[in-house]
Design a protein around this ligand. Structure first.
Ligand code: FES
Length: 167
């Protein structure tokens, strides 16, 4: 009887230690949701890649020469781009700032169209046609060499926020 109780108590102790350890460890989803590191060297010019950060779609679009020319012609567009190494990238949350639909990218037109109500954005995700009230929002980021850490606030992001480029 004593042995059986001891065995049950032992199993119980191991189980509770396991449960305690599990509660100490951060949940995998929280870890994944907090920060996302993107290796910016893998993206091709004019090819939209949709990453994920904190459950939201993140648009990454490496700019080509034609896009940069276009961006230079419109006030504020270059300020929306992130320079990593020698390349410029549009990185933004892929949810329309009108009512949250996911806009589609049209590489030939080099622009985004939100099919819900016809809103449009250029290749820097700046709004070009209402109803969206502003360009697509830029997630907090920090540049680390050739990598971009989403979820951290580096000096480039703080500057964007202070100048009202993103919320
Ligand atoms: S949700 Fe995009 S235009 Fe309305």
């Amino acid at each position: 009887m004593g042995k059986a109780f001891g065995a049950v108590a032992g199993v119980g102790a191991v189980a509770s230690l396991y449960a305690m350890k599990k509660s100490w460890d951060s949940l995998p989803s929280v870890k994944a949701a907090g920060f996302t590191t993107l290796d910016m060297s893998v993206y091709n010019e004019n090819e939209l890649v949709i990453e994920k950060w904190r459950g939201k779609p993140i648009f990454v679009l490496r700019q080509n020469a034609a896009m940069l020319e276009k961006a230079k012609q419109r006030d504020g567009d270059m300020d929306r781009l992130i320079k990593v190494g020698d390349a410029y990238y549009m990185v933004c949350i892929g949810l329309c700032t009108h009512l949250g639909c996911i806009p589609g990218y049209y590489p030939d037109e080099m622009g985004f169209l939100c099919a819900c109500h016809g809103g449009q954005y250029d290749v820097t995700a700046n709004v070009t046609k209402a109803p969206p009230p502003r360009g697509l929002d830029i997630p907090s980021f920090k540049i680390e060499g050739t990598k971009l850490v989403l979820g951290e606030e580096g000096p480039e992001y703080k500057k964007m926020k202070e100048s009202g480029i993103t919320l």
